[in-house]
Every structure is written in structure tokens, then in C-alpha cells.
Design a protein around this ligand. Sequence first.
Ligand code: NCD
Length: 303
Amino acid sequence: MRHLMNPLDMTTEELDRLFDLANDMEQNMPKYAHLCEGKKLATCFYEPSTRTRLSFESAMLNLGGSVIGFSDAGSSSASKGESVSDTIRVISCFADICAMRHPKEGAPMVAASKSTIPVINAGDGGHQHPTQTLTDLLTIRSLKGRLGNFTVGLCGDLKFGRTVHSLIEALVRYEGINFIFISPPELKVPDYITEHLNELQIPYKEVIKLEDCMPDLDLLYMTRVQRERFFNEEDYVRLKDFYILNKQKLSTAKEDMLILHPLPRVNEISVEVDDDPRAAYFKQVQYGVYVRMALIATLLELV
Ligand code: NCD
């Protein structure tokens, strides 16, 4: 039985197969409409979510399966003191597969170790968010036709942003990737990541101003400042509007640069950018459903 804790749990060949399947699901929805009939997905969300949880649920419903779950720790037995290990043993009796989001780093991994059904990490604290990374990679591959040879700018909260951590880890396996990390000094990418890049000899630069590197970028991944992971509100208020991408800042960007964002957006992308043909963040949401369909079908060994 397989779980998905980290984007690296799948080889690049397995990812290619997953993305081919996701693209086929996109083109031929009706072919897959009964694939998960009789199967249940449990969404166990101990932290707020709109996209990830509903995207999992929508994916399972598209496959003809059904969904159970909770969207708030307060409405689950966690509020009575139940451990994640016990909860997953119980959920294993009710469902065939589980997507779990938890504020504590490693909680879905603890669950996986006790589970008799596949567990998918739907975000654990500031650590990893592998299905967002699958979404990001599928979006890039579908819109650009490849996953290598890009200068990738990641901008915003690179310290607490789990989507950033997962995406960097996943991208280093492709050729010709060159990173530009754009953040205020307080929100720099963690040392363990830059140390890993040094070991792999993957080129990267750390800059503060987005404008300085805009013309070089093939992909620009914007992120929200992760308010819930700050220790004090004052720091959050000081940093929250550090970057606001607008039309004027985009004027020096490449014609075919992709603008990505895992969403939710707060102020970091001005709404005037939404109509720009380079803005791909709402398309990204749609790809998130296809890739989760492909992932559920793969982990349930139905394809
Ligand atoms: C992200 C997350 O939860 O980490 N959202 C998502 O799942 N698409 C990003 C964020 O909350 O900023």
C-alpha cells in the first residue's frame, strides 16, 4: 500500500505517468466517471482549507466515489483529546483512502504509519504540501509542455510557505532549473533547502526586489504571507504587503512567463493581473482536480 507524504515519494517516471493520466482524465472525463464506484474518500482537515479539501472531494465525486470527513479539528474527536494515530485507525474502518491536513509537521506521516488505507498529506504545518506540488507541476507541464529548463522565481513567504518547500524539492529533479528566491530577509527560504541546493549544485540567487529579476523569469510563483505561522501580529502586518504584483511590475516580464499562485491570494497579486494571459492561477485550481483524480485512482490501484 502506498501513501503520499512528499512529492519525492514518486519517481519522475511515476509522475509522468500520473500527469499523462491526469491529462487523459481532463480530455475524457466520462471514461472515468465510474472508476471509484463503491469507494470512499475521507477528508480529515485539522486546519482551514477551501481549495485542497473541495478539490479532493470534487476529484472523488468525478470518479463516481463518495466522500466523508471533517473540515475542522473542533468538530472532530481531536477536541476530546484523541490522537491522530487512533483517529486514522478508526477512519480506516470507514473509508478506502484518506487525505489529511494538519497544523503539525509530520502528523500525516504518523497517521500513515498506523493506517490500513492510503494516506495523502494534504499539507502539514510549514513543512510539505505534495498535492499542491503535483498541481503546480501538472500546470507547468500542460501549459509549457515541459518540466525542465526554466528560471523559476519564488516570491513572498519562502520561510513558512509549505507549497514553496515542496515545489523546490520536486523541481530539482529536472534539468536546467535555476531558482531566484525573492523575499524579505525575514522570510528567506530555510537553510536546509539552500544547503540541499548547494549539495546538488543547483544554481540559485536570493534577492529582495521582484523588479530586479522580473525579465529573467520563465515562471513566477507568488505566495501569501502565512499569517497563521507568525509568532506575532506586528511582524505579519509589517511584511504582509511587501510584494504586490501589478501590471506595471509585469511590464518587463517575458511575454510567455507563467504567473502561478497556490491561492488563497490576499494582496500579493493585484486583481488587475487576473486578465493578463500570463496569469495561470485559476487554471492551476482546475489542474488540481485532475491531478487529485489521477492520484486517487493510482493509490487505490484502479488504473
Ligand atoms: C496553500 C496552503 O494551504 O499551504 N493553499 C493551498 O492549499 N492551495 C497556500 C496558502 O495557504 O497560502
